[in-house]
Ligand binder design. Structure first.
Ligand SMILES: NC(=O)c1ccc[n+]([C@@H]2O[C@H](COP(=O)([O-])OP(=O)(O)OC[C@H]3O[C@@H](n4cnc5c(N)ncnc54)[C@H](OP(=O)(O)O)[C@@H]3O)[C@@H](O)[C@H]2O)c1
Length: 263
């Protein structure tokens, strides 16, 4: 990620989980990072945990509800005015509500759709406009899920995923739409779909991941993990973010898609 040192990245959903891990990795790689989430205090806590004053100075937390189009417009206008155009946008924020689509409250369904789909569309529109205006070969990353390709069947259990897989299927389509549009609009902006699946086997310490490049014959040996850790989920998240984001940002093709497969 040498070429991205001191360049600006925005990570949505920076207040917890995968987004917080991505922030740490991009900061460690030398980028200036703006984190967006509703829980500002958690992002501030993340800032305090960074290891040096120099790193803390490169991380900025901004409160933003990505499901609210007006909030997103105001925040990105401020970001671009104060920090300049964004080079990397990591669309990570997402939400999930338990329930059955056939019976659950309409507002909860709407919230998931608005966050997981329209949040991505709104953030990307503002970032892309600035990338295009400044002729930046930027990169838009979509943090997707294996649920974006196949609705899991959990036998003998009440289905609980409701609208969530539909929002992730939408991201799969949006990835391809952006690929065509970014090219068709004469830019060199890349889009990458990172499909995550967390699999916890019988033993908590055993988790196995392989990323495969779609559309190409080779299996990219990006990483394969068999973890033995006291906190496998956090360690795994860190590895996923570190490796997949670094790999994605290091590619030079016009657009790339990585498919995660479980061996
Ligand atoms: N963990 C997994 O097993 C897994 C597997 C496949 C895909 N993914 C995907 O990976 C991404 C991150 O997942 P995670 O496990 O790290 O989830 P998480 O720990 O629940 O974090 C979700 C993040 O999204 C933010 N967010 C949610 N709604 C938002 C809104 N309206 N506006 C702004 N920020 C919002 C939250 O911040 P605030 O609440 O502070 O706003 C939080 O920072 C999601 O897109 C998820 O679908 C996760």
């Amino acid at each position: 990620m040498e070429q991205l040192k001191a360049k600006l990245a925005v990570v949505t959903g920076a207040s917890s989980g995968i987004g917080a891990a991505i922030v740490r990795d991009l900061i460690a790689a030398g980028l200036i990072v703006i984190g967006l989430a509703r829980r500002y205090e958690r992002m501030e806590a993340l800032r305090q945990e960074l290891s040096t004053d120099e790193q803390r100075a490169r991380f900025h937390a901004i409160k933003c509800n990505i499901a609210d189009g007006r909030d997103v417009a105001e925040v990105f206008t401020r970001i671009i005015r104060d920090h300049g155009p964004v080079y990397v946008l990591v669309n990570n924020a997402g939400c999930f509500r338990f329930g059955q689509l056939a019976t659950m409250d309409e507002c909860e369904v709407q919230e998931v759709l608005q966050t997981n789909v329209m949040g991505v569309v709104n953030c990307t529109r503002h970032v892309f406009a600035a990338m295009r205006a400044h002729s930046i070969d930027g990169h838009v990353i979509l943090i997707n899920s294996i649920c974006g390709h196949k609705v899991p069947v959990i036998s003998d259990a009440m289905p609980i995923l409701n609208i969530y897989p539909a929002t992730k299927f939408a991201l799969t389509a949006i990835n391809e739409i952006y690929r065509q549009e970014f090219k068709g609009l004469g830019t060199r902006v890349k889009v990458t779909d990172v499909e995550l699946k967390l699999v916890v086997g019988n033993s908590l310490g055993s988790e196995r991941f392989v990323y495969q490049r779609t559309g190409a014959a080779e299996i990219c040996p990006v990483f394969e993990l068999i973890m033995h850790s006291t906190n496998p989920k956090e360690a795994l998240r860190k590895q996923i973010c570190n490796t997949s984001i670094e790999y994605c940002t290091a590619t030079h093709t016009h657009a790339t898609t990585y498919k995660h497969i479980d061996k």
